[in-house]
Design a protein around this ligand. Sequence first.
Ligand code: AMP
Ligand code: GLY
Length: 421
Amino acid sequence: MNILILGSGGREHSLAWAALQNPKCDRLIVAPGNAGIAAIAECASRLDIMNPGAVVTFAEQEAIDFVIIGPEAPLAAGVADRLREAGVLTFGPSKAAAQLEASKRFTKEICDACNAPTAGYGHFTDAAAAQDYVTAQGAPIVVKADGLAAGKGVIIAETVEEAHAAIDDMFGGAFGGAGAEVVIEEFMEGEEASLFVLCDGENILSIGSAQDHKRVGEGDTGPNTGGMGAYSPAPVLTPDIEARAMDDIVRPTIAEMARRGMPFQGVLYVGLMIQNGQPRLVEYNVRFGDPECQVLMMRLGAQALDLMHASADGRLDQTGVTWAEDHALCVVMAANGYPGDYAKGSVIGGLEDSPSDSFNMVFHAGTATKDGKITAAGGRVLGVTARGATLREAADRAYGMVDRIDWPEGFCRRDIGWRAL
Ligand code: AMP
Ligand code: GLY
């Protein structure tokens, strides 16, 4: 099988790494890829993955049999639709189904229609009505830009004044078109965890749980980031709570999407808030999380390709996951200053001494090659990932790898997994 993966992060490096372990993979191209991916696969660094026509032409030229779409932006731009129209088997939802991530109001309406437990909310297209709603509800309260805002469009306001300021910012254009509509939600208490569910439009299959650390600082403090680390499984998602989430939230959502003529194919990232044994939906994403994908791929290995292929091909009912009793943990190394301003171009040393095997991998998130050296090319730069029989073993292995990396211009949190350890 000739496979094309779209994306350039640690998520796509781990997807490529898992696909390559499967003997069904004959040829692998990643577009645009990064320096770590280039070490294991061909990279099409100039393909514009936001241009559906260009992706279809490329897939046809290279005789691609299967496309895996990593990030949300090409999904929301309709790249999966165009590939399927051209007869290319594709893992990833249609533009219509990608609204589960691209529009928070859409997701809330789906929850209403299928009675899925989630935070109470109001949605607004004008600032004055939104301000009145906040004044009536009180704080804490959560203000969200409706559209895609690269993970930055959610403000947890501790006071009514803060919420009013967030509403002004959003309608003032702080998040561009994404903030033209605003969803205001009840603040939910509890512990967060994520569930990853493959869907083929009709059937669903859970492929594991994870918890990530969104805050930049140790003890989960400081500004939000794209994720500073993750681990799988998430102990807070017990089999009973997972079954409730599947029965009360995921299954009804997938049925409602099919009923609306927009069946969901791909991976549904189900962000949950768990309190007193009850899961409620925080958000859906229509793709793997990053860095959650790294820990899931480390645990699933080669079978990940078969599972994604079955999901794209409508055969999930004939597939199952083979689990090992294992744990995986990923420590993100980011450029000093992230999530604020940071410098690019610093040289990362020591990578050649890192083990790369089915227990230890340094996935590249934002790297480039310059004069034969690996350099930092983004905010989140490496996803140092390990597997073990226990979470402690996985953490010790991951931090052992971190300590061998020589990169003074980067940092990581030393406490990834602390809630579960
Ligand atoms: P989202 O992009 O919707 O996942 O929001 C980003 C983060 O904000 C989530 O992972 C939660 O930590 C937090 N969050 C979002 N909505 C709520 C809510 N209604 N109550 C509490 N926390 C929330
Ligand atoms: N790590 C969070 C996300 O991928 O959205």
